[in-house]
Design a protein around this ligand. Structure first.
Ligand code: NAD
Ligand code: UDP
Length: 365
């Protein structure tokens, strides 16, 4: 099978590319590295079954040759990323999704969408099953992500109804693991970076809010199962074990033996209070469930971060003040520039940083 993966240079996308290559598929990875990192795919470039194509998928998604499936993952995912890139986030969720759908339609290919638990907003129903329609503030700061993903689900479902396209929707709950950027501002990467550098752990609010954390390998198995099926879902993909943010901080501190203190910061606007997936549908229909508990998943993630001490110092500085006072992330270096990691076409890669949609500001990432 030949699979086009948008956002394949990101955290989840690069793991998906790897999993597909491992089982013998060919992969075309499309990314503009607005929140991804060339280092995530540098080790795949020598594989003849892997192609990288620099692209802003909000502008167009063109792939030459056969395409059997399209996995659409391109989108900022971390709250600080999408709050910094509001218009780009709306563009990639709307126009980017339509471009990816059109690619699938042209090739009569399977299409899967990386949607999100943010579809449920700050949920009034707990735990969340797919039949719940959600509670989203359509004009709040998070709406650029939530509503873009809700539109992405709507247009994907409409392509299925209108064109008979084989569409699958994954509602991904908080997923963590190796290749998260230390400075991306999500809670797991922030706490590990802070613990390993002795900086205070930045807990937003009283830390009583909950999330359910899924290890990346489990999530990728779920995405592949969805890709291989002809089911639309939507499917909640996440780990149903719920933790408070304070509990997460305690686990990270104990695991790293860090002397870091905990510092409280204001809760971001519209931060969901509770989140836990019901995964019965994914269990029954896709035969999927998570296998890796938080202790093992965090152990692997801490080992990954700990092996890259050079990246942690600048990252800790970038997230030191907490989400509401973040140092501009443009100041933070990634491990490799696009030019270093991607040999060709270098001119196209050089253009990545300004490859935003017409009329939109260039991203700070
Ligand atoms: P990420 O930021 O690491 O990866 C996103 C990738 O998309 C990056 O490589 C980025 O450069 C690329 N991208 C963004 N806009 C683009 C554009 N216009 N054109 C081309 N490439 C573009 O985030 P992630 O955690 O890997 O998330 C991947 C997908 O999964 C996203 O769609 C996200 O909404 C979804 N998701 C992730 C989580 C999670 O916990 N990780 C939870 C819910 C949903
Ligand atoms: N959070 C926190 N400290 C941080 C980053 C996040 O307390 O340094 C909280 C955040 O307010 C939210 C939870 O951790 O309640 C998960 O945040 P994240 O950004 O990882 O993902 P979200 O589920 O909000 O998209």
């Amino acid at each position: 099978m030949r699979v086009a993966v948008t956002g394949g240079g990101g955290f989840l996308g690069s793991h998906l590319c790897e999993a597909l290559l491992r089982r013998g598929d060919s992969v075309v990875c499309l990314d503009n590295f607005s929140t991804g990192d060339p280092a995530n795919i540098a080790h795949l470039l020598s594989d003849p079954s892997f192609e990288f194509q620099p692209a802003d998928v909000s502008l167009s998604v063109e792939v030459t040759g056969r395409v059997d499936a399209v996995a659409h993952l391109a989108s900022p995912a971390s709250p600080p990323d999408y709050l910094r890139q509001p218009l780009e986030t709306l563009a990639v969720g709307s126009r980017g999704t339509e471009n990816a759908l059109r690619l699938a339609l042209r090739h009569d290919a399977r299409f899967i969408l990386a949607s999100t638990s943010e579809i449920y907003g700050d949920p009034l129903v707990h735990p969340q099953e797919e039949a719940y329609w959600g509670n989203v503030n359509s004009i709040g700061p998070r709406s650029v992500y939530d509503e873009a993903k809700r539109y992405a689900e709507a247009v994907s479902a409409a392509y299925r109804r209108t064109h008979g396209l084989s569409v699958g929707i994954a509602r991904i709950f908080n997923t963590y693991g190796p290749r998260m950027r230390p400075h991306d501002g999500r809670v797991v990467s922030s706490f590990i970076t802070q613990a390993l550098t002795g900086e205070p752990l930045t807990i937003y609010g009283d830390g009583g809010q909950t999330r359910s954390f899924c290890f990346v390998d489990d999530l990728i198995r779920g995405l592949v199962a969805l890709l291989d099926s002809s089911e639309m879902g939507p499917f909640n993909l996440g780990n149903p074990v719920e933790r408070t943010v304070t509990e997460l901080a305690e686990i990270v501190l104990a695991m790293t033996g860090s002397p870091s203190e905990v510092k409280h910061h204001p809760l971001p606007v519209d931060d969901p209070v509770r989140r836990r997936p019901v995964i019965t549908r994914a269990r029954d229909v896709l035969g999927w469930e998570p296998e890796i508990d938080i202790t093992e998943g965090l152990r692997r993630t801490v080992a990954y971060f700990g092996a890259r001490p050079d990246r942690l110092g600048t990252s800790a500085a970038a997230i030191r003040g907490g989400q509401s006072e973040t140092v501009p992330l443009a100041a933070v270096k990634t491990t490799a520039t696009a030019q270093q990691a991607i040999p060709s076409p270098s001119a196209a890669v050089t253009g990545v940083a300004s490859a935003t949609s017409p009329g939109l500001p260039a991203s700070a990432g």
